[in-house]
Design a protein around this ligand. Structure first.
Ligand code: ATP
Length: 435
C-alpha cells in the first residue's frame, strides 16, 4: 500500500471495527489519548511483548528480566532529574487558542490554523501526580512513573547479586508508563498511558561504545526479523550533540514512516553512569560494582534500548495493511508476519451440518493447543475468508463434504489465496512448518 493513499483514519477504523483498539471509556465520551485493546488487540500486543522478551531476555545469557512497581519513592524522580526537567514548553496560539508544544510548531506556525503569534512559553510537568496514604496528614505526593528504567536502576545491585551476573550484563522489563502528553492526536502513537519495553545494559566505560553499536544492530534486526517490518519504512535518526538528553553521551532513534511522517519508535542511548551516580548521591547507598577478577570498583555505564509497545503495535498494523483484488472482488487485508498475527489459524466447517462439525471441532481443539485459533460457521465461505484476511490470519482450514470421504482438508493461504489439499492427520505438522 503506498504511503500517500493510506491514512491513519483507515487504520483506526479498521482497528475499531475488528476489535483491535477502542477509545477508553467511550460510552462517557472517551478520555483523550487513552485506549483499550480488544480481543485481537490484546493478542497482537502480547505477541509483540512476547517476541521482545524472547529476543532480549530468553535467548540471551547476558540479560535477565524483572518487573518493578509503577509507584516508587518520590525521591527516585528527583534523583533521575524528572521533577526538575521532565516538562514540555507550551504556548497558546493567539489566533485559534490551541495549546501546542513549542517544539511542535510547523516552521514557526501553529499546526492547527497557521497563526504565528503566541503567548510566552510556560513549563508543563509531564508526570502525573497522585497521593499515597489514607489519612490527610499521612499522605505523600507520589508520581506515576514516566519511564520503566528507573525501577531497573534502583534495583541494580539486588538483581545483580541474585542473578549472579557479572558486568557486562543487562536487566530488561516491560511495563506501564504514564505521561501527561499535551499533543494527543495520532491514534495510539502518543498515549497518556502506554507500555515500554526497556533494557539497561551495564558495562564498563571502555566497552560502552562497542555495546552501543551491538544493541543498535540488535534492535534494527528485531523490527525486520521478529516483527517483519519492511526495511524501507525504517530509518535511523542520530540525536545531534547539542540536542542530547541531560543524561546521554550518544543517542539514536529508530524511525518508522507513518502515514503522518517519520516518527520515533525506539531510542538507543548511551546513558553513561548518570543514573547510578544520581541514585548513589540521593539515596546514600553504595551502588558501585566490584569486579572480583580485576579487583576493581567502578560505577557501570549503561546502554539503554527503549521501545514503546503501542508504537510497535501500530507499526505492525500499518506495515501489514494491503488492498488487492481477487476474482474482480476488492479486499483489504493485514499481511501480518506470522509471529505477530493475533489469530494464526481459522477452522471452518463448510456448512453447519453435524457430520462436518464432528470433524472440524476436534481439529480446532487440537490446533488451539499450539496457536490462537478461531472457529467460524457463520456466512458463506467467501465472507469467512474476507473476515480472516482483514484481521490477518495466515491460514484458513476448511472441512468440506470430501473430507468425510478422503480424510483431507483444504488449507488456504491469506496472501496468495492459493489452496492446497492436506491429509487431516498432516494438518498440524504442515502448519507447524510454516508458522
Ligand atoms: P517522543 O519524542 O515521541 O515524545 P520520547 O523521545 O519522549 O518520544 P522516550 O522518552 O525516548 O520517548 O521513550 C522511549 C520510547 O517510549 C519511545 O521511543 C516510544 O516508543 C515510547 N513512548 C514514549 N512516549 C510515548 C507515548 N506518549 N505514547 C506511546 N509511546 C511512547
Amino acid at each position: 500500500m503506498s504511503e500517500s493513499k493510506l491514512t491513519l483514519d483507515t487504520i483506526s477504523s479498521l482497528a475499531k471495527r475488528r476489535g483491535f483498539i477502542f477509545q477508553s471509556s467511550e460510552i462517557y465520551g472517551g478520555l483523550a489519548s487513552c485506549w483499550d485493546f480488544g480481543p485481537l488487540g490484546v493478542e497482537l500486543k502480547n505477541n509483540v511483548k512476547g517476541l521482545w522478551w524472547k529476543h532480549m531476555v530468553r535467548m540471551r545469557d547476558d540479560i535477565v528480566g524483572m518487573d518493578s512497581s509503577i509507584l516508587m519513592h518520590p525521591d527516585v524522580w528527583v534523583a533521575s532529574g524528572h521533577v526538575g526537567a521532565f516538562h514540555d514548553m507550551l504556548i497558546d496560539c493567539l489566533n485559534c487558542k490551541t495549546r501546542v508544544r513549542e517544539d511542535h510548531l510547523e516552521n514557526g506556525k501553529c499546526p492547527r490554523c497557521g497563526g504565528s503569534e503566541f503567548t510566552e512559553p510556560k513549563k508543563f510537568q509531564l508526570m502525573f501526580k497522585t497521593q499515597a496514604g489514607a489519612t490527610e496528614t499521612g499522605k505523600m505526593d507520589i508520581w506515576l512513573r514516566p519511564e520503566t528504567c528507573q525501577g531497573i536502576f534502583v534495583d541494580f545491585k539486588q538483581v545483580q547479586a541474585v542473578s549472579r551476573k557479572k558486568v557486562p550484563f543487562g536487566i530488561a522489563q516491560i511495563g506501564k508508563a504514564f505521561r501527561n502528553e499535551v499533543t494527543t492526536k495520532s491514534f495510539i502513537f502518543r498515549s497518556r498511558e502506554f507500555e515500554q519495553m526497556e533494557m539497561e545494559f551495564f558495562c564498563s566505560e571502555a566497552e560502552a561504545d562497542e555495546w552501543y553499536e551491538h544493541f543498535k544492530q540488535e534492535r534494527w534486526n528485531f523490527y525486520l526479523n521478529a516483527l517483519g517490518i519492511h526495511e524501507e519504512n525504517l530509518k535511523w535518526e542520530p540525536h545531534a550533540e547539542d540536542a542530547l538528553a541531560h543524561y546521554a553521551k550518544a543517542a539514536v532513534d529508530i524511525l518508522y514512516h507513518f502515514p503522518f511522517g517519520w516518527q520515533e519508535i525506539e531510542g538507543i542511548h548511551n546513558r553513561t553512569d548518570f543514573d547510578l551516580k544520581a541514585h548513589i548521591e540521593h539515596s546514600g547507598k553504595d551502588m558501585t560494582y566490584h569486579d572480583q577478577d580485576k579487583n576493581e570498583k567502578f560505577i557501570p555505564w549503561v546502554i539503554e534500548t527503549s521501545a514503546g509497545v503501542e508504537r510497535s503495535v501500530l507499526v505492525s498494523i500499518i506495515d501489514a495493511y494491503a488492498e488487492d483484488e481477487i476474482g474482480g472482488e476488492k479486499r483489504n487485508l493485514l499481511k501480518f508476519h506470522r509471529h505477530v498475527a493475533p489469530v494464526k489459524v481459522a477452522v471452518f466447517p463448510l456448512q453447519k451440518k453435524a457430520d462436518l462439525q464432528e470433524v472440524a471441532k476436534p481439529l480446532y481443539k487440537a490446533l488451539q493447543e499450539r496457536w490462537n485459533c478461531q472457529y467460524d460457521v457463520a456466512g458463506n465461505i467467501g465472507r469467512r475468508y474476507r473476515r480472516q484476511d482483514e484481521i490477518g490470519t495466515p491460514y484458513c482450514v476448511t472441512v468440506d463434504f470430501d473430507t468425510l470421504e478422503d480424510k483431507s482438508v483444504t488449507i488456504r493461504d491469506r496472501d496468495t489465496t492459493e489452496q492446497v489439499r492436506i491429509a487431516l492427520d498432516q494438518v498440524e505438522s504442515w502448519l507447524l512448518e510454516r508458522l
